[in-house]
Design a protein around this ligand. Structure first.
Ligand code: MN
Ligand code: MN
Length: 379
């Protein structure tokens, strides 16, 4: 049996071995924390948190865990929830102060919402689909026959999935005579109300969509709350592909936009930054390494794998490299209606070439040969 060499915090003649105590598993998962590239320097806050390190709320019918500002303090603008529902299980009718953006990771579910005009939304969504519920708009989720796992993203780092407004909780905390008067019911008809919130609970797989549909006198919501992101034709580049969902193709999603990025083995999500906002990332598959430049001589490198959340503060330069052998797939999300990024290469290619050559001591021919269009993923 060949013994795998222990990773050590050594770089050339610098550093030393680590005789322990140590967590070798985590050291192997985070080679760029244990032995950062020599370009890393200064103080950059933590920009990575794994859902595997988050508390998991286990209920009858499913489970859920969240990565918010409490887990990842830098993430003040956006937060996320990973939720699994067994076939037929419900995420109870509820609402919240934040807008909710979602990406279906596996399986399928039925979702509904009713807006302030009483207009309805009802759809079945499956892996690769999105939904968006505006703040305060009540909704529900129910898994279909294969069950479902989805990622929720909220436009507030301080959100908590445990702090939403649930219909059963509202009922449980309203006097029965008031409930009866409100609905024109007899108090005896309320005998079996739940005594506390149900949140996630088991149920039966619902009938075909059309049999569940309720016709409202005010009709359907004017723009649909769901979107088939994976069905979009991707923009292909030499090192991978990108799909963008924002108000240009998903008009309902007014406060959160996203890019679904696939980076081939050996490929690189190019050096860039965002001129609008912080970036919240979710890693779906593969392994990636992100380097972040924080200005004033500070830089830090992080390693990512499936189920990790990454965060890039506003305007920080960054790249994401696939150094593994399988495709790297991740989501970039922003608390903005439109996706925007600035490409370092495109900026340089479209700036007077002598200026760039003089600044970086590079041969002018190199700058002249740069492609002037944007190539978000290169190899
Ligand atoms: Mn919700
Ligand atoms: Mn980015």
């Amino acid at each position: 049996m060949g013994e795998e060499r222990l990773p050590q915090p050594q770089r050339g003649i610098r550093g030393g071995d680590d005789p322990g105590p140590r967590d070798v598993l985590r050291d192997r998962e985070n080679p760029d924390l244990l032995t950062p590239p020599p370009t890393d320097a200064g103080t950059v806050p933590n920009l990575r948190f794994s859902f595997s390190d988050a508390h998991n709320r286990i209920e009858r019918g499913g489970w859920t865990r969240e990565v918010t500002q409490r887990e990842l303090p830098i993430a003040t603008e956006l937060s996320g929830v990973d939720m699994r529902l067994e076939p037929g299980a419900y995420r109870e009718l509820h609402w919240h102060k934040q807008s909710e953006w979602a990406y279906v990771l596996r399986g399928s579910c039925r979702i509904s919402a009713v807006d302030q005009e009483g207009r309805t939304f009802l759809d079945d969504v499956r892996a690769g689909d999105l939904w968006f519920f505006p703040q305060g708009v009540p909704h529900h989720i129910q898994a279909l026959d294969e069950g479902v796992e989805f990622l929720l993203v909220f436009d507030d780092g301080a959100f908590s999935e445990n702090g939403t407004f649930l219909i059963s909780d509202f009922f449980a905390h309203t006097p029965r005579d008031v409930l009866a008067k409100n609905f024109g019911w007899a108090p005896e008809q309320l005998a079996n109300l739940p005594e506390r919130e149900r949140y996630i609970f088991a149920g039966q797989v619902p009938p075909p969509l059309e049999r569940d549909r309720v016709i409202s006198p005010t009709g359907d919501v004017p723009s649909t709350f769901s979107h088939r992101m994976l069905a979009q034709q991707p923009h292909r580049f030499p090192g991978g592909s990108v799909r963008i969902a924002d108000v240009s193709n998903f008009p309902a999603a007014t406060t959160i936009c996203a890019a679904l990025v696939e980076v081939d083995p050996g490929g690189l999500r190019e050096l860039h930054w965002h001129p609008t906002d912080d970036e919240w990332q979710y890693y779906i598959s593969g392994r990636g390494r992100m380097g972040v430049f924080a200005g004033t001589g500070a830089a830090r490198t992080f390693d990512f794998r499936a189920g990790d959340v990454g965060y890039v503060p506003f305007a920080y330069g960054h790249y994401i490299e696939n150094r593994g052998s399988e495709p790297l797939v991740f989501l970039e999300m922003f608390r903005k209606p439109r996706f925007a990024d600035i490409s370092l290469a495109q900026w340089m290619a479209n700036t007077p070439h002598q200026v760039v050559a003089d600044t970086l001591n590079l041969p002018r021919e190199l700058i002249e040969a740069l492609p002037r269009d944007k190539r978000p993923v290169v190899r």
